[in-house]
Design a protein around this ligand. Structure first.
Ligand SMILES: C[S@@+](CC[C@H](N)C(=O)[O-])C[C@H]1O[C@@H](n2cnc3c(N)ncnc32)[C@H](O)[C@@H]1O
Length: 286
């Protein structure tokens, strides 16, 4: 089948899938076959195997499965991460959390700290901690600890560690700070915890509520239960000038800020590209 015919076929089938627009068929074809747009434009003959691959993906998309979960990978901060039904698919807005973490660390590296330690609490696929590890690979001595209550999520994180060829990573399975030693302090604690109110989960898009694990979404009755734990306990695990960075829902900024301030932190909020509150940065007061 030639390119024009295949793109037409994809376009027709995408009309039955929510959230796709005219023009998306080219990107989808590149995604499915893992080829660049430039390569796709030069390719004019698609094998039966490739067409079968495309048809199978489209069939699953028509049944409501998100493309990333079908392909088992999602690009985050310029790198592909393995995803499965056991982890939240990394979100674009979480790149802001990582960006802020990297800004904090650049100050630490410039101070020539002996060994920089980063904790990614509620790591899921590991996209935050592992991106930081990769971005800082040549900057100095660093250890990243990934922690999650889900051993299945940690298996996915392990695949990502291997794919990124990282060696300075430690994985811990446990409930929040449960298995962390207070004497092993961190320069930064970064976390994108579950923050959806329990009663709101049934109203989320089908692609989220049916394909991301509830464990990764459910933040308790008011959506804030994990921020309560982090704001109370984080200081026991931080170095003196340490800092906590948490992703938040667009309307949680003031409440989360207050929690950290009541626990001895000074804070500021960072907005995302849509000008919504997205990250709270909390630093221990001197
Ligand atoms: C919103 S997801 C974030 C995943 C990843 N950090 C990201 O940004 O894509 C939250 C993660 O918290 C984990 N989690 C839920 N309850 C937890 C708990 N009590 N202790 C540690 N991790 C928990 C879930 O398994 C899930 O992987």
């Amino acid at each position: 089948m030639n390119r024009i015919e295949l793109l037409k076929k994809i376009k027709e089938q995408l009309a039955e899938v929510n959230g796709f627009e005219i023009g998306d068929e080219k990107n989808i074809l590149c995604e499915i076959l893992s080829i660049s747009p430039a390569k796709m434009l030069l390719k004019d003959d698609f094998s039966d195997k490739e067409i079968g691959q495309v048809e199978s993906v489209l069939e699953q998309m028509k049944q409501g499965k998100p493309l990333d979960k079908i392909l088992g990978r999602k690009n985050f901060y310029g790198r592909d991460f393995v995803v499965s039904e056991d982890v939240l698919t990394p979100r674009k807005e979480t790149e802001i959390l990582v960006e802020e973490g990297l800004k904090e660390l650049s100050t630490n590296f410039s101070k020539n700290v002996d060994k920089i330690r980063v904790l990614d609490l509620c790591c899921g696929s590991g996209c935050c901690g592992l991106t930081i590890a990769k971005e800082c690979e040549n900057k100095g001595n660093m250890e990243v600890v990934l922690s999650d209550i889900s051993s299945k999520a940690l298996k996915v994180a392990r695949q990502n560690i291997d794919n990124l060829h990282l060696t300075n990573i430690k994985e811990i399975c446990g409930d929040m700070f449960e298995h962390l030693k207070k004497e092993e302090k961190f320069d930064i604690i970064i976390s994108n915890p579950p923050y959806i109110k329990s009663q709101d989960i049934s109203f989320l898009d089908k692609q989220v509520k049916d394909f991301d694990p509830t464990l990764a979404l459910d933040g308790g009755d008011d959506g804030l239960q994990f921020y309560r734990i982090i704001s109370k306990q984080a200081k026991d695990y931080l170095k003196k000038e340490g800092c906590v960075l948490v992703e938040i829902g667009y309307n949680q900024g003031e409440e989360v800020k207050k929690m950290f301030e009541e626990n001895g932190f000074k804070t500021h909020i960072v907005k995302d590209y849509s000008s919504n509150d997205r990250v709270v940065v909390a630093r221990l007061k001197d």
